[in-house]
Design a protein around this ligand. Sequence first.
Ligand code: COA
Length: 326
Amino acid sequence: MTAGIQSVGAYIPVRRVSNEELSKTVETSDEWIRSHTGIGNRHIASDEETCSYMATEAAKEALSKADMDKDEIDHIIVATITPDFKDFPATANLVQNNLGIGNIGSFDVKAACTGFAYGLELGRGLILGGTAKNVIVIGAEKLSAITNWKDRSTAVLFGDGAGAVVMTPRVDGEGLIDSILRTDGSGSDALYMPSGGTATPYIPGVTPEEDLYLNMDGRRVYNFAVKVNVDIVMELMERNGLTPDDVDYIVPHQANYRIILAASKRSGIPLDKYYLNMEEFANTSSASIPLALAEMDRKGLLKRGMKILTVGFGGGLTYGGNYIVW
Ligand SMILES: CC(C)(COP(=O)(O)OP(=O)(O)OC[C@H]1O[C@@H](n2cnc3c(N)ncnc32)[C@H](O)[C@@H]1OP(=O)(O)O)[C@@H](O)C(=O)NCCC(=O)NCCS
């Protein structure tokens, strides 16, 4: 038995903010953002569109596409670094309640932009281990809440949203075949939230305001991202006996067009194998891969039997990917 993705759903916040609109409040321009990142817009959640709300809506769409009753689900995993509550309860616990499912298992995964790749593998583990039959895996982020809107070097990069999949057992040997999940903790200060944890609690009047938001060393993250993009894709192909011709799509974390372009050049894998949608949604961290899958599904691009690689990278520094036979 294997475990695979039965269906995909998404939730995108109603408010769409273009580069032009952003450049009215931050010193930047559409030209700079597009040429440095490939981003044209982002969707920003309202107060009502909490992380758990977006996650629930994405899960509802995935459930309805799977033509499955909510009571058939016996586990929920939410990958997020922007949970409703900083420490607990987990956002997955809130989603379980929102969906009105009985007392099933649910927990959050905190692996930043690699969170969805981790979540998928954990979902597979629960199914293959016999702990669960059907699992919802969600990537959901409200990054606008941890973005320093005064810092142009990060404010232009991020957006909000959620994507969800229903994972079910497969008897045809297809589905999620392989995953690579890694961390380089020596880079944990390259992209992080300096304050608010137990090591550096927020102290009013003492903690600098910028420490309450996401901090990033852009160059360091860029170099890391290009390298691990290539490494993960090459290793997934090698481990599974694939050539670039065998792969139908690479669905990367949608951080920056230039990262993907550089990875494509370095690996020799044609750019048109990569599915890209950061132009519309910007970087939505753990939501970006399932959001891309949901968009591909809506466009009718995903067919059973297709060979798909995902590749994620981000804070931690985490990185990894999945090999899926759709
Ligand atoms: C953030 C990133 C786009 C910056 O691009 P870059 O080419 O490295 O740009 P630099 O940081 O060297 O800045 C170049 C100039 O642009 C300016 N700049 C930075 N952000 C700007 C913005 N939004 N608008 C206009 N100018 C900006 C800088 O102030 C700097 O100006 P200076 O030369 O006068 O000092 C790039 O480093 C990157 O993509 N890093 C990876 C980020 C990422 O994807 N993180 C998430 C991973 S999950």
